[in-house]
Design a protein around this ligand. Sequence first.
Ligand code: AMP
Length: 319
Amino acid sequence: MVTSVQLKQLRTAQDCLDFRALFSQRSVVLVPTMGALHAGHEALINMAKQHGDAVVVSVFVNPTQFGPNEDFEAYPRTLDADLAICERLGVDAVFTPSVEVVYPNGYLNETGQAQYTQVNPPPELERQLCGLTRPGHFTGVCSVVLRLLMLTQCNKAVFGEKDAQQLAIIQRMVSDLSLPVEIIPHPIVREENGLAMSSRNRYFSTPQQLEASLVLSQTLLGIQALLIERKEQQKQRAFDEIEAGDATLFSDIDMLDIYHAQLKTFSPEAAALLKLDYLSMVNDDTFEPLTEYAGQLPLRVLMAAYVGDVRLIDNLRLI
Ligand code: AMP
């Protein structure tokens, strides 16, 4: 169905095939989203436009990546506004499949067990960080992303570093399955106050919630500042002829100290809303977890925290 001269709305597998045929010798770039589009998504779309001949944005709130007690029902759905954004940005097509299009044979049986063909990420990538708190989440993510890549027959797809573990897992899936798709990462887009943009930020209305949501970016920046400071100290020690590079620059415990120091700067009402899920570091090349850091590896620090019932994630590459 055509909603305007430029923007096509694709709903079925056949719609996708028909659209793909229009660009048969050209490259199509997919931006997979769950809708409730914000400036972070817009940046991904603009990047997609630079990488191919046509841009498809998928809007699908994927039920299989939500746990039983998560916010699948409540997740913001703003399709009209999403379509307007896509039209404004010159997107070629928006793919808005139903659950039946993505899971033609269903995804749960009568007893609530998964009954669809799943893609399970490797345990070493999955069993940490968000995978621990959200069991099965990344199976749902890989399973839907593979379907979206196949349905749209895209050549490239853009994913945000905001979901850094998801990005690492998808890059691995593409490599493991030899999928003919190039994954293009996009840096995190932030509000002026540092908060990473997220569709879930819409859940916040009170000043206390907004204040509390800043704990993630502020903790990550605090860790970055500590790392810079300790590196300076290390250089000084090297100057004093103590071998540089062997000493731990910081550890999990230092990171927790910074989180708690940040908490103390918040109003008691905001601090009371917060619950840390994880604050961890990984080797950014392999996503291998680290408990301490000596300075040689590419490092990413990742964090998840609840503001009331709302779970936020953020991360920062430090080297
Ligand atoms: P979502 O709609 O939240 O599933 O996100 C769709 C895509 O947009 C994913 O690849 C996310 O990583 C990416 N994304 C969401 N928020 C941001 C952000 N603030 N900065 C960069 N990418 C983002």
